[in-house]
Design a binder for this molecule. Structure first.
Ligand code: KIV
Length: 258
């Protein structure tokens, strides 16, 4: 196993894992100073492109954003989401995962689902492609984004799927919108890290969509804490620029070639 991946796994039960999404170089280069893992998430479909769901995101879009992110990362693990309909069977998944790895030089890929995609995950792992799993709410296939774990059947399925992901060789898994006690049970029952989003502090680490954390994305979810209102800061700067252009204060001599 690649050393970066084994170091990440070894942090379980020692320190909380810090992870975030990034879609471009400049943001990734800031996040890299604080993160253990950076995910190029297919959430970029709704965040950047206004798609109704992540199902519309293409392989090419993921590859182009990931190439940009790669340039900003020096130390964190970089994982790329495989978009919808790019891993419908092991053969298709392997071809597309290899392409993602080759073009973006990422450290691994993320796939949504449990039992249904276990053979696919096994195939990728056998071919030395590190896999991050994703259980709970699955935006590529779920119709509603209701949290999971209230019903006994959901609890049982997520517990079974988590064990399957571990056995298949995934190096970690996202738990999205999972009830607090279930997140605790899953985290205790697997030897690989669980990364929560809306899944309580019982997980081994956390992930948020970066644009949500800085208040750039207007959508509000209960599990998102806004650490900054970047829109206010951008507005202040742009308003000052607009005023200086209109009053001919900018560009002054300092910013001109004499
Ligand atoms: O697409 C994404 O950004 C994700 C994270 C929110 C886990 O899957």
């Amino acid at each position: 196993m690649n050393k970066k991946i084994s170091d990440f796994i070894n942090k379980k039960n020692k320190t909380k894992l810090v992870t975030l999404t990034a879609y471009s170089k400049n943001i990734a280069s800031v996040l890299d100073n604080y993160c253990d893992l950076i995910l190029v998430g297919d959430s970029l479909g709704s965040v950047l492109y206004n798609y109704k769901s992540t199902r519309e995101v293409t392989l090419n879009t993921m590859i182009e954003h990931s190439k940009s992110v790669r340039m900003g990362i020096k130390k964190s693990l970089m994982i790329v989401d495989m978009p919808h309909n790019t891993y419908r069977n092991p053969k298709e998944a392997l071809k597309n995962a290899k392409l993602i790895m080759k073009k973006t030089k990422c450290d691994g890929v993320k796939l949504e689902g449990g039992k249904k995609i276990i053979n696919t995950i096994k195939t990728l792992v056998k071919n030395n492609i590190p896999v991050m799993g994703h259980l709970g709410v699955l935006p590529q296939s779920d119709k509603t984004f209701k949290f999971k774990g209230k019903k006994q059947s959901e609890k049982e399925n997520i517990m079974k799927d988590a064990k399957l992901l571990e056995e298949a060789g995934s190096f970690c898994m996202v738990l999205e919108c999972v009830q607090t006690s279930l997140a605790k049970q899953v985290t205790k029952s697997v030897s690989i890290p669980t990364i929560g989003i809306g899944a309580s502090n019982n997980c081994d680490g956390q992930i948020l969509v970066f644009d949500d954390l800085i208040g750039l994305n207007p959508i509000k979810f209960r599990f998102v804490k806004k650490y900054l209102n970047i829109k206010t800061e951008i507005s202040k700067a742009v308003s000052k620029y607009a005023s200086e252009v209109r009053t001919r204060k900018f560009p002054s001599k300092k910013y001109s070639f004499n």
